[in-house]
Design a protein around this ligand. Structure first.
Ligand code: FES
Length: 81
């Protein structure tokens, strides 16, 4: 489905860009601007933004994966050791 008529971007283009960015950097925050840049485009009129965002939100790779916090290495206190 065509999402951005100014740039000729489809929902498949947006999903491919998101999937590529997530694979390249699991912790990156993916924004519409980054998606445009990844596709070598720039927004023009902005009329597509609501549909662009809705398309992004349907992608399972949009959010940063939830990972357990790093384990803390205990610091030995000289007075108690
Ligand atoms: S329709 Fe996407 S910038 Fe105009």
């Amino acid at each position: 489905m065509m999402i951005c008529h100014c740039n000729g971007l489809s929902d498949r283009d947006i999903h491919a860009a998101i999937d590529w960015m997530r694979a390249a950097d699991p912790e990156t925050i993916i924004t519409p601007g980054k998606v445009y840049r990844a596709l070598g485009k720039r927004p023009d009129c902005g009329n597509c933004l609501p549909l662009f965002l809705a398309t992004m939100q349907r992608n399972d790779n949009l959010e940063v994966p939830n990972r357990p916090p790093l384990l803390r290495v205990p610091v030995h206190n000289k007075e108690t050791a």
